[in-house]
Design a protein around this ligand. Structure first.
Ligand code: CDP
Ligand code: CDP
Length: 229
């Protein structure tokens, strides 16, 4: 069957990566979490006290950054490596969430990440989620999805994930972080978060994981049919 590129963009914590992983498993495609790349760059900048308001400092830092996704042989999950170190857990911390949107708005950072993401799509058969995947990284993708869900539901979903790891986290802290990130992501100058004209909107506020997979698999089949002829 013809392999396509599927892009999933949208607001934070609406379930993009969950859907992307479901699809990749079902279709035997490669899943790429573009947000993990921005998170890993943010981790490097924080660890090395890089001043991301200075182009020279950013360029010097990027020259020292090597990002790679590697499959965890035990879980089968794709995990983020920064300069050969597994940073999958570190990049999910709140301290990274607090700064990542500022770092991701930097021109040199976006150029660095987007160039690598474009290369990853060369062989098709991929599902990539993020903010600008359907608009900038793969403007010719065969299937583009723009995800959204009610803010209260998104906060609840992310809170549950973070609370399982850190009992000190508050729901208000999570809400503020999601709202701030959404605002910065949607209002930045370079490739802001927006729906591609040809993206299908998926509001999964009231959908279970099974319902959303069933719905989207129909869209995938339609897209494959449409692009096979
Ligand atoms: O999963 P979550 O919604 O928390 O976010 P993420 O996908 O891990 O992305 C973290 C941050 O990276 C976003 O809030 C954006 O600032 C940035 N990002 C971006 O600018 N462009 C992308 N393609 C992906 C993420
Ligand atoms: O990637 P993104 O930040 O958009 O969200 P995610 O990390 O995939 O999903 C956030 C949480 O929402 C996960 O714990 C999912 O299991 C949950 N979720 C859900 O409960 N119902 C859905 N229909 C989709 C996601």
């Amino acid at each position: 069957m013809k392999k396509i590129i599927i892009t999933i963009d949208g607001y934070s914590s609406c379930g993009k990566s969950t859907l992307a992983k479901q699809l990749a498993k079902k279709l035997d495609y490669v899943y790429i979490d573009s947000g993990a790349m921005y998170r890993a760059i943010t981790l490097y900048f924080l660890q090395n006290r890089v001043d991301w308001t200075s182009s020279a400092a950013v360029n010097a830092a990027l020259a020292d950054i090597h990002l790679e996704f590697m499959c965890n042989p035990l879980s089968g999950a794709s995990e983020m490596f920064l300069n050969d170190e597994n940073v999958e857990h570190l990049i999910r911390e709140m301290i990274i969430a607090e700064k990542v949107s500022e770092v991701a708005a930097v021109k040199e950072v976006r150029e660095f990440a987007v160039a690598q993401q474009k290369k990853m799509g060369a062989r098709k058969g991929i599902v990539m989620d993020g903010r600008d995947i359907g608009t900038v990284v793969f403007p010719h993708a065969e299937l583009k999805i723009f995800m959204t869900a009610d803010i209260a539901i998104r906060v609840e979903r992310r809170f549950r994930e973070l609370y399982a790891k850190n009992k000190n986290i508050t729901i208000e802290e999570v809400k503020q972080n999601l709202e701030l990130r959404d605002y910065i992501d949607a209002n930045r100058e370079i490739s802001p978060l927006r729906k591609a004209d040809d993206a299908i909107i998926l509001d999964n506020s009231q959908l279970t994981l099974e319902n959303q997979l069933e719905l989207v698999m129909q869209w995938v089949e339609d897209a494959i049919m449409e692009h096979s002829s």
